[in-house]
Write a protein that binds this ligand. Structure first.
Ligand code: MSP
Length: 510
């Protein structure tokens, strides 16, 4: 059984922005966690390359859409590698494999009698690539997301009979697991309650798209094409790639993680299209919130867009990951604040976790010949019980995609261990020889806790986790699964400890 998780397929009108980085980091963290718990994960990301928006962007640059897409698609792939994103498949909707799957899918939907020719009139947002429900003052109305005027369209298009799937979609969204979080689900339930309308799936007068078989001048509507990337990605690499092969390799997806602005496409249109084609809908859609900056919406016109490249070169990717995962509750909107960012990284990572490891390792090296203490009784004690609770809570949170809470659980634990160390004061106890066994136990408990912290950080901050574990003499229980390594007492006694180095540097305010 595969566990399939996807990011949205990002438009290639521009290089990745903080929003796309956010979604991708969350998916990466979930994918890593699932791998650690033994799942056979397929993590899909990619780019959405067709449509009017991309055609226009290329035109404005004075290059062909294909050249433009090649350039930006390369930037996306390189970016994700730089961010250490553990994706398994990167799908481009301009690939011939994808095109073949779109056409096969269309034939299936057509044979379900769900396609007909009709007239599409309405106000269109090119940024969203979506018809809007005729807002008031349509000609002067600006899309709240893109801040641009809508365009009037009046075309003969092919339509998909979405209305036929009213009941099926109602049933699907009534399952509490299908859309998360709850607030997002309510939005969709209200929308569906008003009655679903058929939607157009082809465009005339738009060259930059996949041609609709047997319909001269029609290209597929970019969403009808892009959503299928989730399926075509699964069979890419197999020379026979097709819908059946994708099913054989694991469709349906377990999670589509997306932003709240594209929830309708994923929770309504996409499942209906799939049912029509005789395929299963995805198992879960998680709609995350939007990131703002210092309380304001980010936008080119406001000049406050946070460039992820700059952020990384200034602070490093692990710091950005920690902030985005720990400080924003998945599903809610989140605000990026520079000061808060610096405080959180310094407090959580440099002080609470980094210092704990550093000073305890130094004490152990100083008192026990550069090693972990020898001959102590590692059986359960108060600290191991706290570790056990932490691990349980952390896993419950991760299993329910509450990543912020899982991350916070690590921090709560690290705080407790800091308190324990400060209260026990082994630096005072060591002065009396009779206390040696107690000191050994305290130091062992703290070092073992930092090992547990390092392991728990693995899916969230993979590089920082590796640094922590390296400082503890590396992992010599590698024949054990990650879950087994979480058992208390696996840090060997009398283990050589390397000279401690800070796992993360403190950040300065600019
Ligand atoms: N191409 C479509 C998706 C097709 S999926 C088959 C698309 N692409 S996008 O590049 O415009 O958006 C990608 C994702 O970025 C969306 O999930 C969107 O919600 C997210 N974000 C865009 N701006 C954002 C923020 N400011 N904050 C968080 N996420 C945001 O839509």
């Amino acid at each position: 059984m595969k566990f399939i998780i996807t990011t949205p397929l990002y438009y290639v009108n521009d290089k990745p922005h903080l929003g796309s980085v956010y979604t991708t980091i969350i998916c990466d963290s979930i994918a890593r966690y699932k791998r650690l718990t033994g799942e056979n994960v397929l993590f899909i990301t990619g780019v959405d390359e067709h449509g009017l928006k991309i055609q226009r962007t290329a035109f404005e640059k004075g290059i062909s859409p294909k050249d433009h897409c090649d350039e930006i698609s390369d930037i996306f792939q390189k970016n994700w590698l730089d961010w250490n994103i553990s994706f398994d498949k990167f799908i481009r909707t301009t690939s011939s494999d994808h095109e073949k799957v779109v056409k096969e899918f269309y034939e299936r939907v057509k044979s379900s009698d769900d396609i007909y020719m009709g007239n599409q009139k309405g106000w269109y947002c090119v940024g969203c690539e979506e018809f809007k429900d005729n807002p008031e003052n349509s000609s002067t109305y600006k899309c709240p997301i893109h801040k641009k005027n809508l365009e009037w369209k009046n075309e003969t298009n092919l339509f998909f009979r979405l209305s036929k799937y009213q009941k099926s979609i109602e049933n699907l969204i009534s399952e509490p697991e299908f859309i998360e979080p709850k607030e997002r689900r309510n939005e969709i339930v209200n929308f569906v309650g008003k009655g679903l309308k058929d939607f157009s799936i082809s465009r005339t007068n738009l060259k930059w798209g996949i041609n609709v078989p047997d319909e001269a001048n029609h290209t597929f509507y970019v969403w009808f094409d892009a959503l299928l990337g989730y399926i075509s990605a699964i069979s890419v690499g197999d020379e026979k790639h097709s819908l059946d092969i994708s099913v054989k390799y694991g469709w349906p997806a377990d999670i589509h993680l997306i932003g709240k602005d594209i929830l309708r496409f994923h929770a309504i249109y996409w499942p209906a299209m799939l049912i029509s084609a005789g395929l299963k809908p995805p198992k879960k859609i998680i709609g995350h919130g939007f990131l703002t900056r210092e309380g304001q919406k980010m936008g080119k016109s406001l000049g406050n867009v946070l460039d992820p490249d700059i952020l990384v070169s200034k602070y490093g990717k692990e710091a950005v990951r920690w902030y985005l995962i720990k400080d924003i509750s998945l599903g809610s909107d989140g605000d990026f604040q520079d000061r808060r960012f610096v405080d959180i990284i310094n407090n959580d990572l440099a002080n609470t976790i980094g210092n704990l490891l550093n000073r305890t390792s130094s004490m152990s090296r100083k008192w026990f010949e550069n090693k972990t203490p020898s001959l102590i009784n590692k059986t359960n004690n108060d600290i191991s019980l706290i570790a056990k609770d932490t691990i349980k809570n952390y896993q419950d949170y991760f299993d329910n995609y509450k990543l912020d809470k899982a991350a916070n659980e690590i921090l709560i634990y690290a705080n407790k261990i800091n308190l324990y160390l400060n209260k026990k004061e082994p630096w005072v106890l060591i002065k009396d020889e009779n206390n040696i066994n107690e000191v050994k136990l305290i130091i062992y408990n703290v070092l073992e806790s930092t090992r547990i912290i390092g392991l728990l950080l693995k899916p969230i901050l993979p590089e920082l986790s590796a640094k922590i574990l390296d400082q503890l003499g590396g992992s010599n229980s590698s024949n054990k699964t990650w879950k087994q390594q979480l058992d208390w007492g696996l840090l060997p006694d009398s283990l050589e400890l390397p000279k401690p180095i800070p796992i993360i540097s403190k950040l300065d305010y600019e």
